[in-house]
Design a protein around this ligand. Structure first.
Ligand code: ADP
Ligand code: MG
Length: 258
């Protein structure tokens, strides 16, 4: 069984492209022949819906994975996409922070369920828009954090807060946690502010920022309502091409650090 790499897709801001990136990077990796599972850690369940698993088809969920005596293998289900599986979300996650805070080892609840080898090469964790216990559990369980960044005025300020949390997790529970990369999303190259923030991000973070930039593309926002990744909804759209390109860059970095 292959070594399993766990990547937390995190940013405490909502609407920056976490879920879109989790679903479509996963689909692009799956298309390239890698076995991937998305772990939907957001109570909104957008990744689950976007991968074609509506609430009534969610049997065992990330809530069970965290809080019950169930294994990853018991919670993971296939999607319609070849090579792509899912641990679906549960609405119970909305109030799980408080429940978790009373547990012993409350930051390790996810980590203890993630095997170092499994049928999956990549586990992509779609984090909720907060730096609470759920995101901390994802960072403690992960080898690296991928940060989608929407190019707008406060983006870099939010990023420094996120990087502080990464540092705290390194100091306490997971010294090996890496930054996988920072991904500029919803880019609009007719917008000067967007271009300025992208330039600032590259200056400040240099090598961490992916060369690949995800453009604003309406197909990416339509695909979830058809319950499929954009690669399957409109295979030749700009959004599909961008996420395929990202998968390529992601994989080349993996081999560079392996
Ligand atoms: P998050 O998970 O960080 O809250 P989402 O991935 O759900 O963010 O994205 C927020 C909204 O923006 C969604 O409606 C999504 O469909 C849309 N969206 C995300 N990325 C793009 C993009 N590159 N182009 C157009 N719409 C996008
Ligand atoms: Mg989301």
């Amino acid at each position: 069984m292959p070594e399993t790499r766990v990547i937390a897709i995190a940013n405490q801001k909502g609407g920056v492209g976490k879920t879109t990136t989790a679903v479509n990077l996963a689909a692009a990796l799956a298309e390239a022949g890698h076995r991937v599972a998305v772990i939907d850690l957001d109570s909104q369940g957008n990744a689950s819906t976007g991968l074609g698993i509506p609430p009534e088809e969610r049997d065992r969920t990330t809530y069970d994975l965290l809080m019950a005596d169930t294994s990853l293998a018991e919670c993971v289900i296939p999607t319609k996409v070849d090579n792509l599986s899912l641990v679906p979300s549960s609405r119970d996650l909305a109030s799980v922070d408080l429940e978790m805070s009373n547990r012993q080892g409350r930051t390790q609840l996810l980590r203890r369920k993630l095997p170092s080898t499994s049928e999956f090469e990549y586990l992509l964790i779609d984090c909720p828009p907060a730096l609470g216990l759920l995101t901390v559990n994802a960072m403690v369980g992960a080898g690296s954090v991928l940060v989608p960044l929407q190019a707008e005025f406060y983006a870099l300020e939010g990023l420094s807060q996120l990087l502080m949390t990464v540092r705290e997790v390194r100091q306490t529970a997971n010294p090996d946690l890496r930054i996988e990369g920072v991904l500029l999303t919803m880019s609009d190259n007719r917008n000067n502010l967007s271009q300025q923030v992208e330039a600032d991000a590259r200056n400040t973070l240099s090598g961490l920022v992916y060369n690949t930039v995800i453009p604003r593309n309406v197909r990416l926002s339509e695909a979830p309502s058809h319950a499929m990744p954009v690669l399957h909804y409109d295979s030749n759209s700009k959004g599909s091409l961008a996420y395929r390109e990202l998968a390529k860059e992601f994989l080349s970095r993996q081999y560079a650090t392996a």
